[in-house]
Write a protein that binds this ligand. Structure first.
Ligand SMILES: [Zn+2]
Ligand SMILES: [Zn+2]
Length: 278
């Protein structure tokens, strides 16, 4: 009964995450090119045609770029909100198998339950997701592309074993960075992206004794540094006595083999000295 997660790539230039159990493999977002998704899957010894579902969170190009190509080439059904599909119609040619989902209505795909929930982001119908393995109860939260973590978002993400959270920018680097004012205020706004500081705050709010790993994702190339994002969130979590792994996903290469089953067992095992109550 395994449950593993591979972040194929994450950042402002493309996002795609594979979740796999012994029963099923699903992709959340296809923001790399179809060819790049295929290449990265093969680098992990995962045949692209073994992917059973592609789930799209919102229409932005860094989440949809390879969606049509990958779905057609490997005959993978695409799960997408109706409005989202309409706004990325240019990527589709009618040959894909499209299945519409609605926020707050869970989908059962193999032994995985995918629950999409609405986020504050400048897209037509943006969602983040939790994915629970029904047999083990293990839960993964994938929450990027949001300007504000609302009460509903925090509620949906409670009790996750693995949290993949956006740490898009450092506030100071964004302020001093190369973007025009309008772009800066969009990124930092209510419907933009989470800063390192906001990610740290959200991570501490979601912290619980069985939280087994945190992955920071969707880092800006221009306005963030992996070490800065990691230290900001680590410092905040240390106050909650969090001692489990914290990793940073990369744009250019997969962060592979996050084994939720093993990570959860490690944090729950007092013998390993990793289980700390806060
Ligand atoms: Zn994005
Ligand atoms: Zn977006």
């Amino acid at each position: 009964m395994s449950f593993r997660v591979h972040v194929l790539g994450s950042g402002s230039r493309g996002n795609s995450i594979l979740l796999e159990t012994t029963e099923i493999r699903i992709l959340v977002d296809a923001g790399l090119s179809g060819r790049q998704i295929e290449r990265r899957l093969r680098s992990l010894d995962i045949p692209p045609d073994s992917v059973s579902a592609l789930f799209i969170t919102h229409e932005h190009r860094d989440h949809t770029q390879g969606m049509g190509v990958f779905a057609r080439r490997w005959r993978v059904p695409v799960y997408v909100a109706r409005a989202t599909a309409a706004s990325c119609a240019a990527l589709l040619n009618g040959q894909e198998e499209i299945r519409f989902y609605r926020a707050s209505r869970p989908l059962d795909l193999g032994d995985l339950r995918v629950e999409p929930f609405l986020t504050c982001h400048d897209a037509v119908d943006p969602v983040a997701v939790t994915v629970r393995q029904r047999s083990s109860g293990l839960k993964v939260g994938i929450a990027t592309d949001m300007g504000t973590p609302t009460v509903a978002v925090r509620h949906a993400l409670r009790g996750c074993d693995l949290l993949i959270l956006e740490a898009n920018h450092d506030d100071v680097m964004l302020r001093r960075g190369p973007y025009p004012w309008s772009v800066k205020s969009r990124i930092a706004g209510r419907h933009g992206h989470l800063s390192n500081r906001a990610a740290a705050e959200l991570a501490t709010q979601l912290h619980h004794p069985a939280l087994a790993a945190v992955v920071l994702a969707h880092l800006s190339q221009e306005c963030n540094e992996p070490e800065l994002a990691a230290s900001t969130v680590t410092e905040a979590l240390r106050k909650r006595r969090y001692a489990a792994p914290l990793r940073v996903a990369s744009q250019d290469e997969p962060l592979a083999g996050l084994d939720v089953t093993i990570l959860a067992a490690a944090v729950r095992s007092p013998q390993l000295g990793l289980f700390e109550r806060s």
